[in-house]
Write a protein that binds this ligand. Sequence first.
Ligand code: ATP
Ligand code: MG
Length: 137
Amino acid sequence: TERTLSIIKPDATKRNLTGKINAKFEEAGLRIVAQKRIKLTKEQAGVFYAVHAERPFYDELCEFMASEPVVVQVLEGDGAIAKNREVMGATNPADAAAGTVRAEFAESVGENSVHGSDAPETAAVEIAYFFSGLELV
Ligand code: ATP
Ligand code: MG
C-alpha cells in the first residue's frame, strides 16, 4: 500500500465540490486517511510549489492557491500515487479523459481543481509539509 498527498484547490472548494471529488477518490479505492481545510499564505504556497519557481505561471499559481481555503488530504491504497493521478486526469482539462476530476470540474489549466503528488519521494515531502506524525494513523 502507498500514500499520496492530494489537494482540493480553491476553484473546487469555492464551488462546494469537495464531496463529489472525494467520492471519485473513494470509488477508485483510495482511502482518505487524513484531511483538513486550511488557508495557505502566498509564501506557504510558494514553498510547496518551489519546484515551479522558474515557470512563467509560478506567481499566478501561488496567488491562486492562497486565494481561498484548500482541503489537504492523504490518500492511501495500492499504487495510490498513480491511481490518484489517473482519477485527477491531465493537467489541462481540455486533455483530461472523460470521467476524471479535471474533465468534470476543472476551469482551466491553472485552476484545475486538484493536486496530486507525482512520485514516492515527493509524496513523502508533501505529506510531511502538511501533516504531523500524530495526524497520520
Ligand atoms: P499538480 O502538480 O498540481 O498535481 P500537475 O502535476 O498535473 O499538477 P504540474 O506541471 O506539476 O501539473 O503543474 C503544477 C500546477 O501548476 C498545475 O496543476 C496547474 O495548477 C499549474 N499550471 C501548470 N501549467 C500551467 C500553465 N501553463 N498555466 C497556468 N498554470 C499552470
Ligand atoms: Mg505536478
